[in-house]
Design a protein around this ligand. Structure first.
Ligand SMILES: [Zn+2]
Length: 428
């Protein structure tokens, strides 16, 4: 069966998406482009206007999410891709226009080429190709294209609240992951602690109440307590606690009346978000019973994601990955920044990208984002899908078309869905 798109047309779609400037805004334009593209191929897409800004209650007219489906009934496989990008930063530091996909030294340069308009393009292309073949025969493929992923993940929350994950059996996230099949992920909780004191001159500290020492004590105790937990996950590794922000006082001879700290805890199945919150609550309560006035606000939470690594989808992705790369490279590596892992201990496949591996993941948010382009190989590697299972170069749910094009990390992270509303694309 003839493919709907030639490789050149696929690259054109990526170029069109990169040309739309959607750094934390203007996702509506991306959504409209995708809706038109899908519509031209018989797939109805729904553009969902953004909810008003939660903090400012402002309408955001140029922002939207998009949902599109092929097939019907169960099971439901959801595909997640975000339509925003990080900002361009210093435009002068780019060697080419960041909104024009430019091939240079074997790389496709442009904002979003890696994170993650290529993954998004690949998912949309795959849906169109499958639809043209009358697939899937059973079940539903649901594209969830979200806004504001890079700042707050609001689009994902809106889609979850609207119920689009309620019946989903699995979720594939098209983030760049360096050819790693990521099926589990640490949780994360951001806390803000405010300590209220009473100002006084430092010659008479007894006339005031110093806001700093009780807060320091909570932080030191918390560090000790978290370190002392034996909790460790064989794949995700250790539970971690980090104090990342501390402000207190403004003059050396004044007893400070306020201090603020922020901490981040990365959680694991053996010690989850609720347990982390309870531990800190206990320590704060202890200080407050001794006269401190400290408030604790766990203002951002992402749950631990845990999918069985021997699940059907992990096995399928592994198999397809092997077919693409021709090599099985077992081994585990823990994502330092994100607590991410790839399948470890030979349980999965680390898809080799020999020449670019060292740079791949860190590249996504950098100034000159690029995707390794190997155009001749790309052209040779996009065969038509067969019998509903996409062939190499066209791994439906994980955006391999673009990966294959670039031999760059594309879209391999995925995990079983969590109950709404807690799911969200992994933060990059
Ligand atoms: Zn991303």
């Amino acid at each position: 069966m003839m493919a709907v798109f030639t490789p050149e047309q696929q690259l054109r779609i990526l170029s069109d998406l990169v040309a739309i400037q959607s750094a934390n805004d203007h996702e509506l334009q991306v959504a409209n482009y995708l809706a038109k593209l899908l519509g031209d191929h018989g797939i109805t897409a729904t553009v969902l206007p953004a909810e008003p800004d939660a903090d400012h209650k402002q309408a955001e007219p140029d922002r939207a999410n998009l949902v599109a489906e092929i097939g019907s009934g169960a099971p439901v496989l959801a595909l997640s891709g975000h339509m925003d990008t990080v900002s361009v930063g210093d435009a002068d530091a780019w060697t080419s226009d960041p909104f024009t996909v430019t091939e240079r030294d074997g790389l496709l340069q442009g904002r979003g080429t890696t994170d993650m308009k290529a993954g998004l393009a690949a998912m949309v292309i795959a849906m169109i190709e499958l639809k043209a073949q009358g697939l899937p025969r059973k079940g539903t493929l649901r594209l969830l294209a979200s806004r504001a992923e890079e700042v707050g993940e609001y689009g994902a929350k809106e889609l979850a609240r609207a119920g689009y994950m309620r019946d989903a059996d699995a979720l594939v996230v098209g983030e760049p992951s360096g050819w790693n099949i990521i099926y589990t992920h640490k949780g994360s909780v951001d806390f803000r602690l405010r300590s209220q004191g009473t100002a006084a001159h430092s010659s008479m500290p007894e006339a005031g109440f110093n806001a700093i020492p009780p807060l320091m004590e909570v932080l030191v105790r918390a560090q000790q307590e978290f370190n002392a937990r034996p909790a460790s996950d064989p794949v995700l590794g250790e539970l971690t606690f980090s104090t990342t922000v501390f402000h207190g006082g403004d003059q050396v001879n004044t007893i400070p009346d306020a201090a603020v700290a922020e901490v981040n805890v990365r959680t694991i199945p053996q010690f989850d978000n609720d347990e982390a919150i309870a531990l800190l609550k206990g320590l704060v309560g202890e200080q407050n019973r001794r006269g401190a006035r400290i408030s604790l606000d766990p203002y951002m939470q992402e749950p631990v994601v845990q999918a069985p690594r021997d699940s059907l989808l992990v096995r399928l992705a592994t198999k397809l990955g092997e077919r693409i790369s021709g090599v099985t490279t077992p081994g585990g590596r823990r994502g330092r920044r994100h607590g991410r892992v790839q399948p470890a201990q030979g349980q999965g496949t680390r898809l080799p990208l020999h020449d670019v591996r060292a740079r791949q993941r860190d590249d996504a948010h950098r100034q000159r984002e690029h995707r390794q382009a190997d155009v001749p190989r790309f052209r040779a590697a996009v065969p038509a899908p067969v019998r509903g299972i996409p062939r190499p170069g066209r791994l439906t749910a994980t955006g391999r078309v673009a990966d294959r094009a670039g031999r760059r990390p594309g879209a391999t992270g995925w995990a079983r869905s969590r109950p709404a509303p807690e799911w969200a694309p992994v933060r990059e």
